[in-house]
Write a protein that binds this ligand. Sequence first.
Ligand SMILES: [Zn+2]
Length: 493
Amino acid sequence: MENSSPPWYDEPNMVKIYSTLSRKKEILKPLVRQPADRGKKLRLFVCGVTVYDFSHLGHARTYIAFDMIAKYLRQKGYNIFYLQNVTDIDDKIIQRANELGEDPKKLARRFEKEYRADMKALGVSAVNTYARATDHIAEIINQVRRLLKKGYAYEIKGDGIYFDISKFKEYGKLSGRTTGQTKDAVSRIDESVSKRNKGDFALWKLDGSGDSPSTSLRAGTVPAWPSPWGAGRPGWHIEDTAITEKFFGPQYDIHGGAQDLIFPHHEAEITQMESVSGKKPFVKYWMHTGFLTVKGEKMSKSLGNFITIRDFLEHHSPRLLRLLVAKSHYRSPIDYSEEILQQSANELQKIDEFVDRLREKSNPPAGGSKSKINPKLAFERALEDDLNTPLAISILFDLIREGNTRMDEGKLSKAERKEILDFLKEIDEFFGFIFWGREKQAVPAEIKKLAEQREAYRRQGDFQEADALRAAMQKRGWTIEDNPSGWKLKKLV
Ligand SMILES: [Zn+2]
């Protein structure tokens, strides 16, 4: 295996990414070298959701972070192909469908649609392709067959096909672990009394195998596909490697996901794919996002401390969540609280006021001044260093402070104001909280009507009624600002 720069790789590249596999920051260079790409093509895969319910803010954190990462790298000139899977067959889905008396496939489609709607609402738009597990059953069976043929997998009659982890000497190289510990995705470690090793995981689950006593799946409600070993369904880890092998081949550049997927999920992926292909490394950079916590506990369905994206967006703007996510480094935890929400809302307001001020026509067209504001270099350096968004945002607020001071003094020239606005537009292509969602915020008809009624009362001098309507609007998350030319509606953040 050779990792040195290809000779045609003529552009020095400064972006450094921390990889969980090497446990250090590495200069970002493509693993799969293709002369035509001039070293700038990167294949990125991020684990998608299991579609059995509405997604919560923990999911939002991961996907907003990777949305920003992919968009930022694209702006840096990388040609990123961003692939995400959709786990639309899983015991959780079947169990939920059983509870609701719904067909599991229909339930999965329903929540896949809801997930996509949530992502759209959050401005998460960097993904090129979403690939469903159930659309890749042939690829999955093919991989299982090759693993059996090479002697890495074994069959337990009436149960399923399992990977024998004792056959893969490097099992544990990503996580540094070989057995399950608490707080992993434990519900997903396949339990079967006949396994050769405790850590062996299912590649294929035979129909009626009863391998999930905890989920007590109702007979006849479990989707199954024909296979050489009998009708059944795929194990969880195999879908990702089957999908990525189809789209990217046996090796690719970046694999991302939340940090609780490191073990056993990503460990299993490495084990499967390197065993099948004999090529190493399966993936060059492993990027893992930190948890979103509530009072120090991971936000999760099982702990019941979650807020769905849907609920959040009923009360707050998507920009607020994007800023909140970017304020922390992607690998660090975010402790979600009223305080951090309020703090972010205040910061968003500062940004809005600054942008409004830069755009004001009445701004004095001040002449030249000596100290030019140029945050670009420091900003770039921050992001090139493993996407240090908190540092980048502090540089942004330095810019706002200095810009405001200069405008107070009437010393910020028109050209400089335009330059700053252009810079903000550029960084908002990946941040998505400066202009995005602000400009497009449509005013609901109901709010418009209230505003017009209020204006009518005001003109009649009935200020008591006018104030009551203003309060009603504020309750619905909107504020009204009067100005000499009329009024302006603003969404409270
Ligand atoms: Zn995955």
